[in-house]
Write a protein that binds this ligand. Structure first.
Ligand code: ADP
Ligand code: MG
Ligand code: ZN
Length: 474
């Protein structure tokens, strides 16, 4: 039997607010355990939460960027459960009236446009962290993260493959970083994902029973965990078994998912409206004010790059993955040929950044210096090949391409006389090859080009070398 996979993602994105959602404690990552806590976020009885206005602005901004309906009226609910890292015994979340509903996100997979619907985006507080490692006979609890504002972005079950799931996550991250509401750092847990996975026989309308996968901390692991889960469920059904609804933990070291607990249903949580918090009202004037803070979004920027700079769709997509990358490109393309700029940024610049584990913001080569080099290629001062050497020289040093070319005597030889001189030397040194070529061994042409380029120290203009060689050899 052939099966089809159905996937829905619940993504938790930590908001970049300076303080927590219901108190004034800092949200700074990596501080000493329990140093960023107060009576409110550690759940003392009798205290009252006060909502952080910026958290609402950020979720509304996100909803607008993801084509959602923004509810003019929404409210918080208590989700009751017990964990050592949740001192109140309930999490403040949203249930029947979330801030954002509907919406969709689009992205490319294998050259095809894929659209994934959103069910909702709601606001909630994060829980703390239990620490087990390196502590003997005990577990410790760090409540610094308790009360940090989270958005939960729930997708419709529209995703069909592990690659689509990873690309969907990437696109969410790109948008969240563009609108500057979440830093998108998966290792630090600012962006986390639970993947709901089920399979069904091809052609069947009803969904199969799903397992919920947790604990994937990179795009790669999201895809790997889902791949594993598809194999596990397929095997199970083919062996005559049944998938049970449960939560499974991804173990990256072993590359498998492990059953953690049976899946709770919503009614198990005894949701009810939180009596300590007033409802949230987003007036149309506030909504418009927030809309006004939206930057140009990645899809719109990509389309503009294609029409304004005449670069291929693929280049435009890669270059608009972050706002900083897009800005770097635009500053470079303003001063040099746009397609040349995109080739060098997508190739050499991105390779260096990757080697250094750096982001474009930290790139030591300024757009001005890069375009300075590109101009030397455009006006034939240096060849594309010499440019590779120049690039290495200028990337970290801050020197200009002009200085390097002058210092090292790398100026391209475009003078016909000088090139002919080299050609004649090469021909004189290889009389048999010249004879062979003239008697029909066309393939030798490449040999002569190579020799001339070598003899000129790579500096001869390749197009001229080709033309003049043909003339001299014939
Ligand atoms: P819960 O909050 O209990 O996990 P939801 O009904 O909110 O449950 O669904 C969570 C996610 O699971 C959503 O992203 C939804 O698209 C996805 N989902 C629901 N049913 C299935 C299914 N049968 N297979 C795969 N994903 C599913
Ligand atoms: Mg869930
Ligand atoms: Zn606090």
């Amino acid at each position: 039997m052939k099966f089809e996979t159905v996937i829905g993602l619940e993504v938790h994105a930590q908001l970049k607010t300076k303080s927590k959602i219901f108190c004034g404690c800092s949200t700074q990552f990596g501080s000493a355990p329990n140093s960023q806590t107060c009576q409110v976020c550690i759940g003392m009885p009798g205290v009252l939460p006060v909502l952080n206005r910026t958290a609402i602005e950020y979720i509304v901004k996100t909803g607008l960027a993801m084509n959602c309906r923004i509810s003019p009226y929404s409210r918080f609910a208590r989700k009751n459960y017990f964990y050592p890292d949740l001192p109140k015994g309930y999490q403040i979340s949203q249930y029947e009236l979330p801030v954002c509903e509907g919406g969709h996100v689009e992205f490319m997979v294998d050259g095809q446009l894929k659209k994934v619907g959103l069910t909702r985006i709601h606001l909630e507080e994060d829980a703390g962290k239990n620490l087990h490692e390196g502590i003997k006979d005990a577990s410790h609890v760090d409540l610094n993260r308790t009360g940090v504002p989270l958005m939960e972005i729930v997708s419709e079950p529209d995703i069909r493959t592990p690659e689509e799931a990873a690309e969907y996550m990437r696109k969410l991250r790109t948008i969240l970083r563009y609108i500057d509401v979440c830093d998108g750092n998966m290792e630090e847990g600012s962006l986390r994902c639970d993947a709901n996975v089920s399979i069904r026989p091809v052609g069947q309308k009803e969904f199969g029973t799903r397992a919920e996968l947790k604990n994937m901390n990179s795009f790669k692991n999201v895809a790997k965990a889902i791949e594993y889960e598809i194999r596990r469920q397929t095997q199970l059904i083919e062996d005559g078994g049944r998938v049970i609804q449960e939560t499974r933990l991804w173990d990256a070291n072993q590359g498998i998912t492990i059953s953690m607990r049976g899946k709770e249903e919503a009614h198990d949580y005894r949701y009810f409206p939180d009596p300590d918090l007033v409802p949230i009202e987003v007036s149309s004037s506030w909504l418009e004010e927030i809309r006004g803070t939206l930057p140009e979004l990645p899809d719109a920027k990509k389309d503009r790059f294609v029409s304004q700079y005449g670069i291929p769709e693929y280049d435009a997509m890669v270059l608009t993955e972050s706002r900083q990358m897009a800005d770097y490109y635009e500053r470079t393309a303003a001063l040099s040929q746009p397609k040349l700029a995109s080739n060098w940024i997508m190739g050499d610049v991105m390779r260096e950044l990757k080697n250094d584990g750096a982001e474009i913001e930290d790139c030591p080569l300024t757009p001005e210096n890069l375009s300075g080099m590109l101009k030397l290629i455009e006006d034939n001062t240096i060849s594309g090949k010499i440019a590779k050497t120049v690039f290495e020289e200028i990337y970290r040093s801050g020197k200009t391409a002009e200085d390097v070319v002058r210092e090292k005597g790398l100026v391209q030889i475009t003078d016909d006389g000088a090139i002919i001189k080299v050609i004649e030397e090469v021909m004189a040194a290889n009389p048999d090859k010249v004879a062979d070529y003239r008697s029909g061994k066309d393939k030798l042409f490449g040999f002569f080009v190579g020799q001339v380029m070598k003899a000129s120290g790579g500096k001869a203009n390749p197009a001229k070398v080709n033309d003049l060689l043909r003339e001299k050899l014939s």
